[in-house]
Design a protein around this ligand. Structure first.
Ligand code: IPE
Ligand code: MG
Length: 224
């Protein structure tokens, strides 16, 4: 979800206005996702690199996350959405951490949509934390390093319970992946759109999904 800041600045408004508009867009897309055939949706809300922004913007974003969880909790559960978070939570405000685990527990039985929000997420950081966990288990004799398989490693990532993404969409014209699910997206399809996130409409998502469904995915094999 990129382009909130530019969306606001183009109008001469503070960047946080763009983030609030972006959160409204999230609500719409989440509500529409199941009917578009999406069962797993992962949103990149805050990266491990986003701490470099001004204190005002960082705190404003954190407040938006907390408010979203508080205000949307009932609607999310009512819509059958299971909400999860990935990323390193330890650096987040304890109150936000409690809201996050609260809604995860409240929606753990729901299946209509699996919504994952990446907060303080970075792919390299996630991989390092998984390796650190494995190394500690090995050092304590609870894990045989020779038994390390792709499955054993994948299970220790934050996304352990999630399938790999089929499609990754980035808005706002940037054609980088910026540390988003680098391990998991190795075979994902990518779509880049010039649209800024606050302007990203359901119609555009529908068009992207149609294009995606016409792509041939070979996963390295040769299809006859
Ligand atoms: C939203 O867009 C991404 C978040 C970190 C929430 P940006 O804030 O990166 O917007 P631009 O790139 O400055 O336009
Ligand atoms: Mg940006």
């Amino acid at each position: 979800m990129d382009g909130n800041g530019r969306w606001a600045q183009m109008r001469g408004w503070p960047r946080l206005v763009g983030h609030r508009k972006g959160a409204e867009r999230v609500k719409q897309i989440v509500r529409a996702a199941p009917d578009l055939g999406i069962n797993w949706l992962t949103l990149y809300a805050f990266s491990t690199e986003n701490w470099k922004r001004s204190t005002e913007e960082v705190l404003g974003l954190m407040a938006i996350f907390a408010r979203y969880i508080q205000r949307e909790a009932d609607a999310i559960a009512g819509d059958g959405v299971r909400m999860r978070f990935i990323g390193d939570r330890s650096r987040l405000d304890p109150k936000l951490q409690r809201l996050m685990s609260g809604i995860e527990a409240k929606t753990a039985h729901l299946t209509r949509l699996n919504l994952t929000v990446a907060i303080n997420y970075g792919g390299r950081d996630e991989i390092l934390r998984a390796i650190r966990a494995l190394a500690c288990e090995a050092a304590e004799g609870r894990f045989d390093p020779r038994a390390l398989t792709e499955a054993a490693f994948t299970a220790r990532l934050d996304t352990g319970a999630l399938p790999d993404p089929d499609l990754v969409i980035r808005t706002s014209g940037e054609t980088r992946t910026s540390n988003f699910l680098p391990w998991q997206a190795a075979y994902s399809e990518y779509e880049f759109t010039e649209t800024l996130w606050p302007d990203f409409q359901i119609e555009e998502l529908r068009a992207i999904l149609t294009r995606f469904s016409n792509r041939e995915r070979r996963f390295g094999a040769v299809l006859s």
